[in-house]
Design a protein around this ligand. Structure first.
Ligand code: GLA
Length: 389
């Protein structure tokens, strides 16, 4: 069944009525630019053809009810109550419900306006825990729907900021803004070249199809959560590095500054900084290379990005390294882990028609290593959050 069919079915079972609106928002793959977003740097993500669907029916009172195919229970709150729940008392609502309710809260806080409540039901095709931003898809679908429901008239970068606030404060994951921007601004066949300081976004033609290429996702099925552990540690290391170097954010450090950074910083912090500084440059180089030489020429940049995350930023895991190496040996033009790391998915840029060969090679390598079978599938760049009905 489609996610839309599932969302409608769940809505009817949960609330005994039919939804009157359908909204959807995509997950994302980041082509390059990892952990650069919260350093005010550059990223190049694209929205993918896997979406979260939100079935909705406005209510005439101030209640918000949320149901999801991930959970058995409906969460039921008053819009007016959200300010008491978030951020301090978030344990009052189930974790999955903090994403949509956090967005409703963040929009109310931002605008000082609220409107009527609504009944909401979510179903998703975006695999959870795969590093494909299933959470941003929920947030973006909610943000666009509530913006319309309450007549807020906010632009998409503002909706992305509110969604990030929900993730940071209502959920408690210290993430940047890349995923929400990708889910809200995505366009077919294109990536979004985003300056995370100004939020200036440029649509960049990927040209994979025209060049006879495909992009494969290799989900290691090693799941991760950014509200705990490594992600926050990396963020703290970057902030420490920026402070020691006397800059507002690592975005302001250039490759030429790295020599001085090596003298000032301890080895680990230096390597964290070097990843961010070189990764920012790789994003810019990827955008230039796509325009001047086409997508076939970006392979070495993808490979260098993976090496930097594995060796300097240390956010890869053996399963991601194996997926990347095996894909390359099986003919991929370039491959790298994507997303926050510590699990999730890698991507490989491959010749059209070789997806089965690469997928088989990766599955075999995982079986030989005794790892859980990976899930390997192609993705294409798709449009951002929208109303579907
Ligand atoms: C996660 C976060 C993003 C970004 C990436 C790493 O997806 O949600 O904000 O930091 O990790 O690039």
């Amino acid at each position: 069944m489609t996610a839309a069919g599932e969302a409608v079915g769940l809505f009817e079972r949960s609330y005994g009525a039919e939804p009157t609106q359908l909204w959807s928002a995509p997950g994302r793959v980041n082509l390059i630019g990892e952990h650069t977003d919260y350093n005010d740097g550059f990223v190049l993500p694209f929205a993918i053809d896997f979406r979260t669907v939100l079935a909705l029916r406005p209510r005439s009172d101030g209640r918000i009810r949320v149901a999801s195919t991930f959970a058995d229970d409906v969460v039921d709150v008053e819009v007016n109550e959200l300010g008491d729940i978030f951020p301090g008392d978030r344990d009052r609502v189930a974790e999955w419900a903090r994403y949509p309710l956090g967005v409703v809260w963040a929009l109310a806080e931002l605008t000082g306006k609220t409107g009527h409540g609504a009944d909401l039901a979510f179903a998703s095709e975006v695999p959870v825990g795969a590093g494909l931003s299933s959470s941003a898809a929920i947030e973006a679908a909610t943000a666009t729907a509530i913006d319309a429901l309450w007549n807020l008239g906010l632009d998409r970068p503002t909706l992305a900021r509110a969604s990030r606030r929900a993730e940071n404060e209502a959920v408690g994951a210290p993430t940047g803004i890349m995923d929400q921007m990708a889910s809200l601004l995505g366009e077919a066949d294109s990536a979004i070249f985003l300056d995370c300081r100004s939020l200036d976004a440029e649509v960049v033609d990927l040209g994979f199809d025209g060049a006879g290429l495909e992009l494969l996702v290799m989900d290691t099925r090693v799941s991760h959560a950014h509200s705990t552990g490594g992600y926050g540690d990396r963020r703290a290391a970057c902030e420490r590095g920026a402070k020691a170097l006397g800059v507002r954010a690592l975005r302001d450090v250039t490759i030429a500054d790295l020599e001085r950074a090596r003298e000032l910083l301890d080895d680990e912090t230096f390597r964290r900084v070097r990843h961010i500084v070189t990764e920012n440059q790789r994003v810019i180089d990827t955008v230039d290379t796509l325009a001047m030489a086409g997508p076939r020429a970006i392979g070495p940049l993808l490979d260098a990005s993976h090496a930097s995350m594995r060796d300097d930023f240390e956010i890869s895991v053996p399963e991601l390294d194996l997926a990347v190496e095996t894909a390359r040996e099986a003919g991929a033009i370039g491959a790298r882990m994507t997303g926050g790391g510590f699990g999730g998915a890698a991507i490989a840029l491959i010749e059209r028609g070789t997806a089965d060969t690469v997928a088989r090679a990766v599955s075999r390598a995982f079986a030989d290593a005794g790892y859980v079978a990976p899930s390997v599938f192609p993705v294409t760049a798709a449009g951002g959050a929208r109303r579907d009905g």
